[in-house]
Design a protein around this ligand. Structure first.
Ligand code: BGC
Length: 252
């Protein structure tokens, strides 16, 4: 398998592209449509179909992987922190495969980003425990030990000093509260120090749009663990989803 199709479903946009699985790069420009409102699973599936259609009949023959901002177990989404509540316990694989008329692979968005970083990005070749975090509307996380994903880690929801971590330290909170980089770093320090104590990882990788400005806040963190920006930036979800779609399901 050399190519697969990746779709990244977010709160504001649904983005997709065919991906070259050798290099881990999208083949050409990704295509984006706005996330429908309300973003129910069925409404989202219809927009996903349009994103795939944009790439013509060839795309229809590729394995398809989709990321969702929710816990995914046994073909169902189980949470909906930053998306329509209809996602809770939705039979998401059935919904997507019915609307798209073919088999699909569905996984958590941060898990997809984690797989992309481990296979093609900043964590490539790491033989220990890698924790990939995505700082966006919420905080997503992926635990990958010796190259194998432990799916659905929800570290953005751990309680620190009485607050859910993502309510204090997501990139969206920095914007909303107009935090300086130093204040943002202070909040990230609490988060990463707690996660470091709980898991003793070998490497943290920091993704999400704000990782573009990693030099403004990562050097301010004081951790024992190496912490580096994500390499795939805003392609990580698409690339990780495509990679996952090309695996025999028990190997993700
Ligand atoms: C959700 C995660 C998701 C993350 C990033 C969190 O609020 O609980 O499942 O990975 O946001 O979208």
């Amino acid at each position: 398998m050399t190519h697969a199709f990746g779709i990244d479903i977010g709160g504001s946009g649904i983005k997709g592209a065919p991906v070259d699985l050798k290099s881990g790069r999208p083949l050409g420009e990704r295509f984006r449509l706005p996330t429908p409102q309300p973003a129910t699973p069925k409404a989202v599936a219809k927009v996903v179909a349009k994103v795939i259609e944009h790439f013509g009949p060839q795309a229809a023959t590729l394995p398809i992987g989709l990321t969702v901002p929710a816990i995914v177990t046994h073909g169902h989404t189980r949470s909906a922190a930053n998306i329509d509540k209809k996602w809770i316990d939705a039979p998401i694989v059935e919904i997507f495969s019915t609307v798209l008329d073919r088999p699909v692979t569905v996984l958590n968005d941060a898990d997809a980003a984690g797989l992309a970083e481990v296979h093609y990005g900043s964590a490539r070749g790491n033989e220990g425990l890698v924790i990939v975090t995505t700082l966006g509307t919420g905080i997503g996380s992926a635990l990958i030990y010796r190259g194998v994903l432990v799916p659905n880690a929800e570290l953005g929801h751990i309680q620190i000093n009485g607050f859910e971590a993502e309510k204090r330290a997501a990139a969206s909170v920095r914007t909303k509260e107009d935090l300086s980089w130093a204040d943002f770093a202070q909040r990230l320090q609490e988060f990463y120090a707690t996660v470091e104590f709980l898991f003793s990882p070998d490497l943290f990788v920091v993704g999400g749009g704000v990782s573009r400005n990693a030099d403004k806040f990562l050097p301010l963190l004081q951790l024992k663990t190496q912490i580096v920006p994500a390499a795939l930036r805003n392609h990580a979800g698409i690339v990780g989803a495509a990679w996952a779609a090309a695996q025999p399901s028990e190997d993700i």
